[in-house]
Design a protein around this ligand. Structure first.
Ligand code: AMP
Length: 467
């Protein structure tokens, strides 16, 4: 049997192919049957363009149904999908093209598919083994060379099946899809759960509070990044009535503030299910569907995932091994070897601890750890206290080169307030070396497209603060 992920997904499309797959704003819909035909035509077009199994196909387009058609067609012909953020500049794109050497680089999904409209659809998917590459996802690292995480058909299938089960998806679900699809969250996590259920998606090409609130009236599950939730909370339309049709709200890709979790429960009556993942392993842990979802914790490892804390202390770098872990960085064997332990665990670079129940609590990235005067400062500990202070919406604590301490703790705060008052309030609860030496107020913290606060950029911006 072939292990092509496309076959697994298509096998789960609804028997009644007239069922909707994409529900578009304004009431139009694209049925599963129509979607399947379009994929077949796109596959024929890829083959006639000379794309061979194992070739990379790069796609840099705005989010659209056509982009999803191309993704599945790439899987179907056994090629390797390489999604690129539409926001990447020419110089960034050139790096990826040089590194990945795609056989085809598509920047206009509509035009490519228009060219395929007359082709007879290819019905047969290419045979693939579980260990064959399905996609390369370039990590969003802001420093150094971006690395291409190689994900196989087997890894993506294992994760999709585990999530489908863990989150209780059925054909009666309707998934609200407002995430970008150049990243694992919207591309693999969301799409695969929907296809494995053969359920429809409320399809939004971008996040817009009003459109999401309208979509929630017919959806049952939403996947979002934390900023989706904070933006919904800022909208008066978020009420219990507006979310009465929903069974599940999921959050990930960045830490969900406990205050957002609590405010969402109070306003909408739903406890957001937070999960943890990364390009190199898709989803690693999740809070339970049944059972307690604890704010601040990312829950339990998925079945089949071995997760441990390295370094011999209670808190340390999270190491993982399991069926969905990537098979290395594209053309970087040395970098790959550095990031795996001798017994085959991937060193995630995230710092965390497991509690007595086996729940994982993340305290940030190892590279964000601050060493001030020889003492370790975990930014999360300071951020949690800061976030409780009046006027603070969210905070980012960073280490800045300091002539005496090596690094000095600096708090960058989204919100308003008084620097001295805030420092004094923290000093009463924290050791001196952990207390920020400076507080900087911003209207908005810099974030990437997935809502992650860009600490590297902040460190760069304030590099000379103590000079
Ligand atoms: P990416 O590869 O771009 O998806 O980024 C993965 C990183 O996002 C992880 O290594 C974590 O640092 C972070 N991340 C993802 N989900 C969570 C979460 N629920 N809580 C905290 N950090 C998260």
């Amino acid at each position: 049997m072939s292990d092509n992920l496309y076959d697994l997904l298509a096998l789960r499309f609804p028997t009644d192919r007239s069922r909707p797959c994409f529900q578009l704003p304004g009431g139009a819909a694209i049925a599963y049957g129509d979607f399947e035909t379009r994929i077949g035509r796109a596959a024929a077009a890829l083959r006639s363009a000379g794309v061979q199994p194992g070739d990379r196909v790069a796609l840099q387009v705005e989010k659209s149904v056509e982009a999803v058609v191309i993704y599945l067609a790439v899987l179907k012909v056994g090629a390797v999908f390489l999604p690129l953020n539409a926001a990447y500049t020419e110089a960034e794109v050139n790096y990826f093209l040089k590194d990945a050497e795609p056989a085809l680089f598509l920047r206009d999904a509509q035009a490519f598919l228009a060219g395929a409209a007359e082709l007879p659809p290819d019905l047969q998917a290419e045979r693939r083994a579980a260990g064959d590459l399905a996609a390369i996802i370039y990590t969003s690292g802001t420093t150094g060379r971006s690395k291409g995480a190689m994900l196989t058909h087997g890894a993506l299938a294992a994760n999709a099946l585990a999530l489908h089960e863990a989150w209780g998806f059925t054909p009666d679900d309707v998934l609200l899809h407002a995430l970008p699809i150049f990243h694992v969250h919207g591309l693999f996590v969301a799409l695969h759960c929907a296809f494995l259920s053969g359920c429809p998606m409320v399809w939004l090409n971008r996040f817009d509070e009003a459109a999401v609130l309208e979509g929630l009236s017919s959806a049952t599950v939403m996947m979002g990044v934390p900023t989706f939730y904070t933006r919904l909370l800022a909208h008066p339309g978020l009420t219990r009535e507006a979310t009465a049709h929903m069974r599940l709200f999921i959050s990930g890709s960045a830490p969900l503030l406990e205050s957002a979790f609590e405010a969402f429960e109070a306003r909408a009556g739903h406890r957001i299910l937070e999960r943890y993942g990364m390009s190199e392993a898709v989803i690693i842990t999740t809070n339970p569907l049944e059972g307690e979802r604890k704010p601040g914790s990312v829950g339990f490892p998925l079945p089949g995932v071995d997760l441990r804390i390295g370094g011999g202390e209670e808190t340390g770098v999270i190491e993982i091994r399991g069926p969905s872990v990537f098979s290395g960085y594209w053309r970087m064997p040395e970098k790959t070897a550095e990031e795996f332990t001798a017994d085959g665990f991937f060193i995630t670079g995230d710092v965390g601890r497991l509690d007595g129940d086996g729940r994982l609590w993340i305290s940030g990235r190892a590279k964000d750890l601050i060493i001030s005067g020889g003492y370790n400062v975990y930014p999360k500990e300071v951020e949690l206290l800061l976030d409780e202070q009046p006027g603070v919406r969210e905070s980012a604590v960073i280490g800045i080169p300091h002539p005496d301490f090596g690094e000095g703790v600096v708090a960058v705060v989204e919100g308003q307030g008084n620097e001295a008052t805030l420092i004094a309030a923290l000093r009463s609860r924290l050791a001196g070396y952990k207390t920020p030496k400076r507080v900087i107020f911003l209207d908005a913290l810099p974030r990437n497209a997935m809502g992650k606060i860009q600490k590297a950029l902040l460190r760069q911006t304030y590099a000379d603060l103590f000079r």
